[in-house]
Structure formats: C-alpha cells, structure tokens
Design a binder for this molecule. Structure first.
Ligand SMILES: Cc1cc2nc3c(=O)[nH]c(=O)nc-3n(C[C@H](O)[C@H](O)[C@H](O)COP(=O)(O)OP(=O)(O)OC[C@H]3O[C@@H](n4cnc5c(N)ncnc54)[C@H](O)[C@@H]3O)c2cc1C
Length: 464
C-alpha cells in the first residue's frame, strides 16, 4: 500500500487535468478529478457516429511531441500511435498551391517572385535565429521587416487573422517563432501522428489507470466555487455541496477560473491577469463518401471563404478508425462575442457547405453522409506584447492552490503536448516527483516509428 498523504482535487478533465492527475496518483496522492462535462478530454473530446468515436475538433500529434508521447508510453499505448507524411496547400482564386518544399514556394503564384524569395528567407531565418527579444516585438513588425509589407499583407496577415481575427496586431513574434520551430528536428519531412481508436483511447486509458491507482473521477460535476475557509483549507463547491481538500490543481482556462474564486481565495492569491482574453473556434465536421483532396490542410484564409481552413484528417487516419468515409473539418477561429459564433447550426451549414462546393466543384450533396457543428469558446489565449510576464504563476496560494492551464503554455504551441509540458512545470512547483512509467520498464522514449517511405522535404512555411 502506498502511504496516502494528501487529498488533492484536480479541476478539469482535459489533457491538463489528466496529465496532472496521473502524476499525482502515481506519486501516491489521493486524487479526485472533477470534470464539468459528461466526458474526459476537454477540447480533444469525442462524439459517436455510426458506432465509432470522432474528435469534435481535429487533432493530431507531431513526432516532436516528446512529453505527450512519454505520457502515452507510461500508459502503455505509445505503440498505438501511427505516423504518416502529410501535406499543406494554400487556396487562391480557385486553385490549390502546395506549400511543402522550396520548389513549391518558388512556384507560389499568389506572391510576386521576389516576395516568394523573401517568405522563404523568413522561414529559414525563423528557424535559425534565437528567440531573444521576440516577446517584445509584434509578429506584424517582425514579419513585415523580414518578408516585406506586400508579402506580409498578402500571405502572413490572412493567416494571422485566421487564428486571432482582428486581434492579431499585438501577438508577439515569439508566438510565431515557436511555430516555425515546432517541427524542428523532423529532417524526414512533415509527418503527423494519430492514435488507434482516436483520442478517446487516450482518455479511456488515462481513466482506467487513474482508477487503478485509487483516483476518483467525477464527470458532469461542474465546479461552482473555489475558496479558502477560516482554517485555510481549500473548499470546492459543486451542485452536490462544498468539500474540503488539502490542495487543488485548477486546469480550466483563466476566464473560467476567475468567476469561480471566492473572497478568501482572492485575498490570498496574486491578481490573475484578466486582460488576456481567449479566442474561440467553430468546427464544421463533414463525413464524406469521397475524398476532397490529398492534403491534410488546405488554408483558405483569403476573404470570401467563411472558414479559414479545410482539414481532411482522413488523409492521416486509418480506415479502422473512420470506416470507408472521409473526414473533413472546416475551421473558423472566432471570439465568443462575435455574433457569428452563436449563429444557428443551420445558418452555418447554409453558408459553409456551398462555399466548400465552390472550392471543390466536384463535391455533390449526395457525397455528404452527415455534418456536425461544434463550438469551443476558450481555445487560444490572445497573446500580447510581453506575454511571458503576463502568464499566471503555477502557485496561486502557497502549498494549497495550483494552476496548470493554457494561459501558461505560451510560448509553447497550445496543444496536448504543450499542456503536458505545463502540467510537468506545475507539478515540479508542487514538489511532486515524477515516477517511472507504468506501461514499460524504462522511462526512455522510443523514437517515433515514422513511415519508411521517404516523405517530402520539410515544410518551408509555417501553418498558424
Ligand atoms: C479546433 C482545434 C484543433 C486543435 N488541434 C490540435 C492538434 O491537432 N493537436 C494538439 O495537440 N492540440 C490541438 N488542439 C489544442 C488542444 O486541444 C488544447 O490545447 C488542449 O486540449 C487544452 O487542454 P486543457 O486541458 O488545458 O484545456 P481544455 O481541453 O479546455 O480542458 C478544460 C476542461 O475543464 C472543464 N471545465 C470547464 N469549466 C469547468 C468547471 N466549472 N468545472 C469542472 N470542469 C470544468 C472542461 O469541460 C474541460 O474538460 C486543438 C484545439 C482545437 C479547438
């Protein structure tokens, strides 16, 4: 029997909460994981269609996602991840321009030849230059200086708008630099990974391992308040009442944390930065009888498309994970207060599907097996100059209340891997030691089994 030392509540059952809960339970803590929705996985949650589970929002891994892959190793499911070469294209005036190699960029007709060279040099420079000082210069200024005003307006600006809407102006160059460098070291070319059984396989396995370590998982239990009582114990309130814990780890996005804090908490913790807002997203998922394209991602950032990208995940996923159908996500980043965010599902379908048919004239109504609309209000923090200093601390109330959320992941890319890295930081601050993986005898990460066939050379531009 492990000695039970502390009762710890982890609030939120997305990957941040799961990663924290796992390491805490492995370290012998008495863990209660409290999740507001009916399932684990947060933004990587799934829904059922025709007997299979599909992510509501497109998800994949990169070979450079070492910390996430180590968690999968520890769960004994690392070998269920499979990898494929994937490609990217840019839609311009009814044509698709692949943008994966240096020759692709040289042939990229939407830009003048000189601008293609400058964009290419920007990509190279972005990979070679250090990140020093980049948190204090805007992406707009940095990219305009490197690529020129014309290439910025034509090429980079629509991509930034696609992610941050009209709030891209202040995003620091450091955010962009990390995207340039996320795939660094993948000399074999762009390659993405997915896991057999989908992300549900990860969350199901986490839940099983957590329960085997004695953790309690409560679903459909929204936290309504967090406070400190007169003795300084942490109180978590849900519809079932208030409960005391020795420590808590909060993993909800900051705007959702802010409204839960009671007066005792506010009096003892640093003021959370509430000036950093979050961008939301709408995904329209289409199940198709025929493929649309061979590209994993087609960027459609130019005006006229109601969505910013067409993500055909079935270029990556095996038929055992999706049946014979092809799976396409149309994606649009929007602030939750933008009127388009709350427009009715049918209005979204009525605008987006004809726009998709215009882009892919071969697509017929009869090819669409089904369509689903999903929205998430808190996805990506909208970063500002000096964001490194705005990140909330890991320890909110000494030795009692800790935070591990997407607002701290910066400048790492917000992703399952980024959340695992942040969870490790927070647990280090808590003084929770990491333990050897359960599923293997060694903590060393096996290299990703990349496809044997030679994938195309590494992407020359960055997908934001
Ligand atoms: C369209 C899209 C595409 C993406 N693509 C990728 C990708 O390809 N690869 C990748 O790695 N990442 C991808 N991501 C990013 C990734 O999903 C997130 O960075 C990650 O899931 C964040 O995890 P989290 O646990 O910090 O937050 P979340 O996933 O937001 O989890 C927070 C959890 O807290 C719960 N919660 C909220 N309020 C309460 C409350 N009051 N009480 C209890 N529980 C509460 C929520 O229900 C949720 O489960 C994508 C995200 C989106 C939206």
């Amino acid at each position: 029997m492990r000695p039970v030392t502390h009762s710890i509540a982890v609030l939120g059952g997305g990957i941040s909460g799961l990663a924290c809960a796992l390491r805490l339970a492995q370290a012998g803590k008495r863990v209660t994981l409290i999740e507001g929705s009916g399932q684990l996985g947060g933004l990587g949650a799934f829904f059922k269609h025709d007997g299979r589970s599909f992510e509501k929002f497109y998800h994949c891994m990169l070979p450079s996602d070492g910390p996430l892959l180590r968690v999968l190793e520890s769960l004994g499911i690392r070998d269920d991840v499979y990898w494929k070469p994937t490609t990217f294209a840019y839609a311009h005036q009814g044509r698709f321009f692949p943008l994966n190699t240096a020759p692709d960029l040289l042939k990229f007709a939407p830009l003048r030849f000189i601008d293609r060279i400058r964009v290419g040099i920007t990509g190279l420079y972005g990979r070679l230059v250090s990140d020093k000082g980049l948190d204090n210069i805007t992406t707009v200024k940095w990219l305009t200086r490197l690529s020129g005003a014309r290439a910025f307006t034509k090429f980079w600006q629509p991509m930034l708008e696609a992610k941050f809407g009209d709030r891209y102006h202040d995003v620091p160059a450091l955010w962009f630099w990390t995207r340039f460098n996320r795939e660094k070291g993948e000399s074999k070319g762009e390659c993405k990974g997915y896991i057999k059984g989908g992300y549900k396989h990860i969350t199901d396995t986490c839940a099983r391992v957590l329960r085997s370590l004695g953790a309690e998982i409560r679903l459909s239990t929204a936290v309504q308040g967090i406070d400190l009582d007169a003795e300084g114990r942490v109180t978590v309130t849900t519809a079932a009442g208030s409960e005391k814990f020795d420590q808590i780890v909060i993993t909800l996005p900051t705007p959702q944390v802010e409204k839960l804090l009671g007066p005792g908490m506010r009096a003892q913790m640093p003021v959370l930065d509430t000036t950093t807002d979050y961008q939301g997203v709408i995904n329209c998922l289409l199940f198709l009888k025929k493929p649309l394209t061979t590209h994993y991602w087609v960027a459609t950032p130019e005006g006229g498309h109601p969505f910013d990208g067409v993500v055909e995940t079935s270029t990556l996923t095996d038929t055992s994970d999706r049946g014979e159908r092809h799976v396409v996500y149309l994606t649009k980043y929007l602030h939750r207060e933008d009127p388009r965010f709350t427009q009715a599902d049918d209005s979204i379908r009525a605008a987006w599907i004809p726009a998709l048919k215009k882009l892919f004239p071969q697509l017929q109504d009869a090819d669409i097996e089904a369509s689903f609309i999903f929205r998430a209000p808190f996805v990506e923090p909208i970063y500002k100059l000096g964001q490194m200093q705005l990140r909330p601390p890991e320890e909110l109330v000494p030795n009692k209340v800790y935070l591990s959320n997407t607002a701290q992941v910066y400048p790492v890319v917000t992703s399952w891997n980024g959340s695992v890295i942040q969870a490790e930081h927070t647990l280090d601050v808590m003084g929770v030691s990491s333990v050897p993986p359960i599923g293997s005898s060694t903590a060393a990460l096996k290299p990703a089994k990349l496809p044997a066939s030679a994938p195309p050379p590494r992407s020359v531009v960055v997908k934001v």
